[in-house]
Design a protein around this ligand. Structure first.
Ligand code: PLP
Length: 477
């Protein structure tokens, strides 16, 4: 029986999946076969795609052939064994399966009523992860706080900043806008991620009113400076409302002293958010946990990205709040067309009230697959393995006459410099990237160029790290 042109029979879909599977397996098998970077020049890929979409269906074989010949050369292989750039962005096969299942189920999780499964599985996955990471009880499911999946850490910090802003202004910033934000100030360290600055601009506090607190000799927020800055601001009649501490800074993985920062924030009734976007995953390994979760009991919110190191496939940011009320007060909307009896009881979670957007994907399913089919113990083992690999790079750097660590190794992240300065470090970076097996990126610390080695791709192994050490050490004579 024929179906309308816009529909597809499930059995036809199954055939198409089988056809695509060959491509998928080949793609996965080839993760280390070429440079992780794409060799394309700007515009090259676009020039091979027509400006106008086809009006009649094309055979899937043709599309898959173009995927291989036109699209794949423009892919950057974040899954390569030699991927050491930025931070890892892992897609574990179980999470990929979860994403596929989520698309098949096509849920809209904005309200409990629009998908009880999406809502309740999400709350439970956040509780699984809270317990696996050893985060404090005030974030627990069923209490005053709780957890939610945001798309990214940037959205998470924005949501918390808006909640903090409204908490300090008793909601006037949301209702009146404009002057209601006047005098509000927020704090983060000089090493914090740029998303905090972006959020300050978006939420009306203003980028100029985000204080960048100096860091100590290990690039951690200097608590005395924070305390002094807050006192000075209060004395000047300003209103401190938000502070973002980072556990694992983007540059060198520095871990801010969250407990001490929390005490300063409590004194001034300032919302403390902890951004553990990358390093948060490491708390799943008991040997790495302590510095990561330390002080979380003083935080109003805490977030990490399972889509980075943990393997949960982009996008997936887990955010916990100690008190859901300020977030819901700031984000809640109640148009007539969304009213329903479950919401009316006040007994269900409507996740539309926990972030900026209304509609939401069924992201919890990939965490469910990952945690059930791969398991927390395997993820912990992976973290420990990557940290061990990083220790071997650290030992090679320490044994080398011309290489130094610009900051202490943080978990599996290393910041390396050539002792002859920026030009020599740049040359080292270029040599490593030109080798064809590795991808590395840079940052600046104390104004000096640094080559970052962020170990954490699922496929990274000892042999690849040994090869990196060899290239690095030989290029730095
Ligand atoms: N926070 C930290 C510490 C990061 O390292 C990053 C990105 O690497 C982010 C936030 C932003 O993450 P996202 O892309 O999820 O917004």
């Amino acid at each position: 029986m024929s179906v309308p042109s816009w529909q597809q029979r499930p059995e036809d879909f199954a055939n198409r999946i089988t056809q695509s599977l060959k491509w998928i397996v080949q793609h996965m098998q080839q993760s280390g076969e070429r440079s992780p970077w794409s060799a394309l020049t700007p515009g090259e890929l676009a020039s091979r795609i027509p400006l106008t979409a086809p009006t009649t269906p094309e055979p899937l074989e043709d599309v898959l052939a173009d995927l291989r010949d036109v699209i794949a050369p423009g892919l950057v292989r974040w899954d390569a064994p030699g991927w050491f750039a930025w931070f890892p962005s892992n897609s574990h096969p179980d999470a990929i399966l979860g994403d596929l299942l989520a698309s098949v189920m096509a849920q809209q999780g904005m309200l409990w009523t629009s998908s009880p499964a999406c809502t309740e599985l999400e709350s439970r996955m956040l509780e699984w992860l809270r317990r696996s990471l050893g985060l404090c009880d005030r974030f627990a499911e069923g209490g005053a706080g709780g957890g939610v999946i945001q798309d990214t850490a940037s959205s998470g910090v924005l949501a918390c900043l808006v909640a903090a802003r409204d908490r300090t202004t008793s909601g006037l910033a949301s209702t009146r806008g404009g002057d209601a934000c006047s005098g509000l100030v927020a704090y983060t360290s000089e090493q914090a991620h740029s998303s905090v600055l972006k959020a300050a601009g978006i939420c009306g506090i203003g980028r100029d009113n985000l204080r960048l607190v100096p860091t100590d000799d290990q690039f951690r927020m200097d608590v005395r400076s924070l305390s002094r800055m807050m006192q000075d601001d209060v004395a000047a009649g300003l209103r401190p409302c938000f502070c973002c501490a980072t556990v694992g800074t983007t540059g060198c993985g520095a871990i801010d002293p969250v407990s001490q920062i929390g005490q300063v924030c409590q004194k001034h009734d300032v919302w403390l958010h902890v951004d553990a976007a990358w390093a948060g995953t490491a708390a799943i390994a008991s040997e790495c946990r302590e510095p990561i979760t330390s002080g979380c009991e003083l935080a109003d919110s805490w977030s990490f990205n399972p889509h980075k190191w943990m393997g949960a496939s982009f996008d997936c940011c887990c955010l916990w709040v100690a008190d859901q009320r300020p977030l819901i007060d700031a984000m809640s909307i109640d148009p007539e067309y969304l009213r329903n009896s479950a919401t009316g009881t006040g007994e269900v979670i409507d996740y539309r009230d926990w972030h900026v957007q209304l509609g939401r994907r069924f992201r919890a399913i990939k965490l469910w697959l990952l945690l059930r089919c791969t398991g927390a113990a395997a993820i912990a083992e992976m973290v420990e393995f990557h940290v061990e690999l990083a220790r071997s790079v650290e030992a090679a750097v320490n044994a080398h006459d011309c290489l130094v660590l610009a900051a202490p190794r943080s978990l599996s992240l290393l910041c390396i410099q050539h002792i002859d300065g920026d030009l020599a470090t740049q040359s080292l970076l270029d040599t490593v990237n030109a080798d064809g097996r590795f991808a590395v990126t840079h940052c600046k610390l104390d104004g000096l160029l640094v080559m970052r080695i962020a170990i954490g791709a699922l496929n990274t192994d000892q042999a690849t790290v040994d090869a990196l050490i060899q290239v690095m050490t030989e290029a730095s004579q």
